[in-house]
Design a protein around this ligand. Structure first.
Ligand code: FMN
Ligand code: SF4
Length: 668
């Protein structure tokens, strides 16, 4: 069956698989705004704004998603009031300075067929930022502290609540003045408006506290007045949470009653459902759900709300495959599905899906490293698999090579694969040699750990990129002079990764093995295991989990303030919860000194006191890997340009390997 694709200006043969996505590609209307399809890009802080206003980098970021075919962009949270301004981290809609850049962004995306909404936000007590290093006052409905930042807020004086409401309304007006198509009020994830709604965080006795009608007054006033300010030709929606995934969350039944009451008021055009809360670690894990959280885990909440209201319901949360997105819409669980990280990983997700190239989608693997990790550390968002994300203006569209060259890539880990794919895409003649029988390098190790199989997607995605780019891949091929003679490269890229090593300490009376050999199944630890975790990354946590699940007694002694200190905090926190449940003993700040007669010796890294672990059968070492020197001989060949990238330069993570690969490959 053929259909005409306007974007490609040609007829496309549609198979049954492609028709699977038809429902997603149907237009939908949110209030006065008509959208070309049912996929939206949910709000996500990018750290691409500067001093509260839109930058060219932020415009380029959103244009890439609009060009990729997304139906709607809901921009990142914008703050509305000086009590939670933080213009270094957020766009600030409390000032007219926001209007000009927003307008350019909105018009640019509209030209690509994608309307843009803006989201308005105040964190209330959830303050982790500072203007000068001192902790600023935080304001909430009451003085109930949270469990994440351990902040005791000031109960907001009554006149300040009214001032805040006006700030939201003024900010909504600025979004309308900037010609955005709609405004979303964030009333979810335990932030300020949710703190007013929740009876456990709102203990007020004025008109904003007590019965539900009073607790929802803040939100209702914001919506009613915003509607008057922006008029009926703009969409007005709210983001809500039905399940905060923490003990002190707002009950779902009450939130549904709030939605019904707001719908009856007639000002809300849609409800966007998400899960989790900023107020506690368990809730927070679900705001940025890592790969341990089931794909599409919010869909049933959306379905529940959909039964109770008649306006469109939107949902997001670990939707990273087009098949899952289609199932949610087909099952009538939601009217639209949101892809935040999925579009960070692949801005062309929707076009690929629509063109019958779903297998080309670079699926997000839920590692949180370069997206959430960067955002929470105040750097621009990116993706470990797609460094052009957040760097659109530098790496977005690699230009075709000026001169076709013969590029030999040595090593088939993420660095080598990415360098080869990008170089070939630009028109070079590329051969990739991997001495193992499979591609993937350390990704295969990480993916072999319990609950981490999805990480293997990094390798699968890159293999697809190699195929598409036409790279000649040679497995089981250690590069030697004969390979060089035969291929006669103009350029060699050494991406041979890292090799494991053991610390230089004395160990007797028990075994010492390295973590990688345990993961590969080559080493078989005894029952009582001590993990000497210098690296504080996935290897210590993962090996601890694997061995504890197999019945070993595991002690994890880490060389940082917490196990997993080097990986993204949400992934780490969730993992530590798993280890706790498995009975793994965790000791921080432990420097390994060796083992003797069945005891392993550590020193506390701040107090200097001895930590002795007795009755040890095996020490598993997670020590610093070493850059592979396999191809040092190539460096000395006269006249051959050789570059070294990724772990072969210095062991780090997939993120740096892939980034260095792209930076190199766009310059060849
Ligand atoms: C880097 C990042 C920043 C985010 N910032 C916001 C935000 O400003 N406002 C908001 O409502 N949600 C925010 N979120 C949550 C997303 O909108 C979305 O609900 C969440 O990422 C789950 O969807 P996903 O699995 O498609 O990524 C953010 C998510 C990410 C990854
Ligand atoms: S960094 Fe990881 S979680 Fe973030 S978008 Fe990329 S693959 Fe997804």
């Amino acid at each position: 069956m053929f259909f005409y694709c306007k974007r490609l200006n040609k007829h496309i043969n549609r198979t049954a698989d492609e028709k699977m996505f038809d429902s997603l590609l149907q237009p939908v209307t949110l209030g006065p705004t008509r959208l070309r399809n049912r996929i939206f890009n949910p709000p996500h802080g990018t750290t691409l704004g500067r001093q509260g206003v839109v930058t060219d980098d932020l415009i380029a970021y959103h244009l890439a998603r609009a060009r990729g075919g997304v139906g709607l962009i809901i921009m990142e949270s914008m703050t509305v009031h000086p009590s939670y301004g933080f213009e270094e981290a957020f766009l600030y809609a409390g000032s007219d300075r926001i209007v000009e850049g927003l307008n350019r962004l909105a018009l640019g995306c509209r030209e690509q067929g994608t309307p843009v909404f803006g989201q308005l936000f105040h964190a209330g007590r959830g303050v982790r930022l500072s203007h000068d290093g001192s902790r600023p006052l935080s304001y909430s409905a009451s003085d109930m502290p949270d469990e994440r930042y351990r902040v005791v807020p000031v109960p907001m004086p009554n006149d300040m609540v009214w001032e805040l409401i006006e700030s939201y309304v003024d900010a909504a007006g600025r979004l309308a003045d900037a010609e955005l198509d709609g405004v979303e009020i964030l009333a979810s994830m335990g932030y300020l408006i949710a703190q007013f709604l929740n009876p456990q965080t709102n203990l007020r006795d004025d008109e904003f506290g007590g019965k539900l009608d009073n607790r929802m007054r803040f939100l209702r006033e914001v919506l009613n007045r915003s509607r008057q300010r922006i008029g009926s030709d703009k969409t007005l929606g709210i983001r809500i949470t039905l399940d905060e995934k923490t003990g002190k969350g707002m009950p779902a039944e009450e939130m549904i009653r709030v939605c019904q009451a707001l719908e009856a008021d007639g000002n809300v055009d849609y409800f966007s459902v998400i899960s989790g809360s900023s107020s506690a670690p368990d809730g927070w894990i679900h705001v940025f759900p890592p790969m341990s959280v089931a794909p599409g885990f919010v869909a049933d909440d959306a379905a529940r709300l959909k039964q109770a209201v008649s306006k469109p319901v939107l949902v997001a949360g670990r939707i990273n495959q087009p098949q899952l997105a289609a199932q949610i819409v087909d099952a009538g669980k939601a009217d639209m599905v949101g892809l935040a990280r999925a579009l960070i990983a692949d801005p062309e997700f929707i076009d690929k899906m629509a063109q019958g190239r779903a297998e080309d989608i670079r699926a997000c693997v839920g590692c949180n490293q370069a997206c959430v990790g960067h955002r929470l550390a105040h750097y621009p968002v990116s993706c470990i698999q797609n460094p052009a994300s957040g760097r659109e203006r530098q790496l977005g569209e690699p230009r075709p090579a000026a001169r076709r060259r013969r590029v030999l890539v040595v090593g088939g880990g993420p660095a080598g694969m990415k360098a080869a794919a990008v170089a070939a895409e630009r028109g070079h003649d590329v051969e990739l040699h991997e001495k193992q029988t499979v591609l993937g390098g350390q990704v295969n190790l990480a993916a072999a750990l319990p609950g981490r199989a999805e990480f293997g997607g990094v390798s699968t995605n890159l293999q697809r990129e190699l195929e598409r780019a036409g790279v000649d891949v040679r497995l089981n091929s250690a590069v030697d002079q004969s390979v060089l003679d035969k291929f006669a490269p103009d350029r060699v890229v050494v991406a041979t990764g890292a090799v494991t090593r053991l610390p230089e300490v004395e160990v007797d009376g028990c075994d010492m093995v390295d973590a990688w050999s345990v993961i590969r199944g080559e080493a078989r630890p005894g029952r009582n295991v001590v993990i000497a975790d210098w690296s504080c990354d996935w290897s210590g946590l993962g090996v601890a989990e694997r061995l504890a699940r197999e019945g070993h007694y595991v002690r994890l002694l880490s060389g940082g303030s917490v196990a997993g200190e080097s990986i993204q905090a949400i992934v780490r926190d969730q993992w530590i919860g798993v280890l706790h449940g498995l009975g793994v003993e965790m000791i921080p700040f432990a420097r390994f000194h060796g083992a003797s007669a069945g005891s392993a010796f550590f020193e506390h890294m701040t107090s200097g006191e001895a930590i002795v672990c007795e009755a040890v059968d095996t020490v598993v070492s997670c020590f610093a890997a070493r850059a592979s020197r396999d191809c040092d001989w190539i460096d000395s060949i006269d006249g051959l340009e050789v570059s070294r990238i990724g772990d072969a330069l210095a062991p780090r993570s997939v993120e740096e390997a892939v980034l260095e690969a792209v930076r190199l490959a766009v310059e060849i």
